[in-house]
Design a protein around this ligand. Structure first.
Ligand SMILES: Cc1ncc(COP(=O)(O)O)c(C=O)c1O
Length: 300
């Protein structure tokens, strides 16, 4: 592991921040997670766009520029020296006197955690995973909007714990209207009669970067796709179901609350979309390699 704390790269044992940090005290922080493929950082611009969007929604000033942050991320990955790496960028509002008033903190803390990322288990893709529908509801948009990728993930932690207690891979959360929103760290998709569906952002969920790419790839490949609300009953009655996230890509969901989805095996469209997605990753990595080498060479 290599961890960057406000520009200093250290090992995990030296990686510490103040107990007065508002991220620690109140979850007053934002974050992003992505990965590298063959040493190249995946979808950096999209993740930085969402990071800045989260900051703006929380009225949190970010003292580092996008260019400097990109440089720090690449520098940390270079120190890690792994071809497949996990990278988590956390920006907190900073430290100060204990109190809710955001102006008590004057300067962000920046933490970049990088570590070797093992390949995902092949059984996820070959057999599919089992999920539950959590009884814990997703935070309403009007409250702690799930579109903000903040350091406060207790809503998701509660739902995930339910899944673990029932021996499931993960939990799917509903909103107060009883509609499907998302998994605890992934977006949810169904296929019914050849049509792909994922809940709209208005259902109250994180605008996943993988979700957006899959919607675009479906469009490019003339696969009918829509952002549409669906109920847990429609979810369980789907022909196919899968989840998406940056680190997991597309994982088939073959059972929900003990009910087999479709044939109970990963669906054909899910598999096809995953292949299309993997090709998209390859093309992106080939285009980006030179760009990132250049950023690392340019220390300004
Ligand atoms: C709540 C939630 N939904 C969806 C996702 C998937 O987002 P992405 O595709 O950008 O990784 C994540 C990723 O961490 C998440 O935390």
């Amino acid at each position: 592991m290599k961890i960057n704390i406000n520009g200093n790269i250290v090992g995990p044992e030296e990686a510490t921040i103040s107990v007065f940090d508002r991220g620690f005290l109140f979850g007053d922080s934002i974050y992003e997670v992505t990965l590298t493929y063959d040493g190249v950082l995946y979808k950096i611009d999209e993740h930085l766009d969402r990071l800045w969007e989260s900051a703006s929604r929380l009225d949190m000033p970010i003292s580092i520029s996008r260019k400097q942050l990109t440089y720090q991320m690449l520098k940390t990955l270079k120190a890690l020296n792994e071809t497949r790496a996990y990278i988590r960028v956390v920006i907190t509002r900073g430290e100060g006197e204990i109190g809710l008033d955001p102006s008590l903190a004057v300067k962000n803390n920046l933490v970049i955690i990088t570590k070797k990322l093992p390949e995902n288990p092949t059984w996820w893709y070959d057999s599919g995973v089992e999920m539950i529908v959590a009884s814990v509801l997703r935070n309403p948009k009007e409250s702690m909007d799930p579109a903000i990728k903040s350091g406060n993930y207790l809503n998701n932690v509660l739902a995930y714990s339910q899944a673990k207690k029932q021996g499931a891979f993960d939990a799917i959360m509903l909103n107060a209207d009883g509609m499907v929103t998302e998994g605890t760290t992934n977006n949810i998709w169904i296929v019914k009669d050849g049509k792909l569906k994922t809940p709209p952002l208005a259902a109250g969920l994180l605008s996943g970067i993988t979700r957006k790419i899959v919607l675009e790839l479906a469009f490019d490949n003339k696969i009918p796709a829509a952002e549409e609300n669906f109920t847990p009953e429609e979810l369980k009655d789907a022909d196919e179901c899968f989840l998406t996230s940056s680190t997991k890509e597309l994982v088939p969901i073959t059972k929900i609350d003990g009910i087999s989805i479709g044939s109970g095996r990963p669906g054909e469209l899910t598999k096809r979309l995953h292949q299309i997605y993997r090709q998209h990753v390859k093309d992106y990595i080939n285009r980006q390699r030179g760009v990132q080498d250049e950023i690392l060479g340019d220390k300004s």
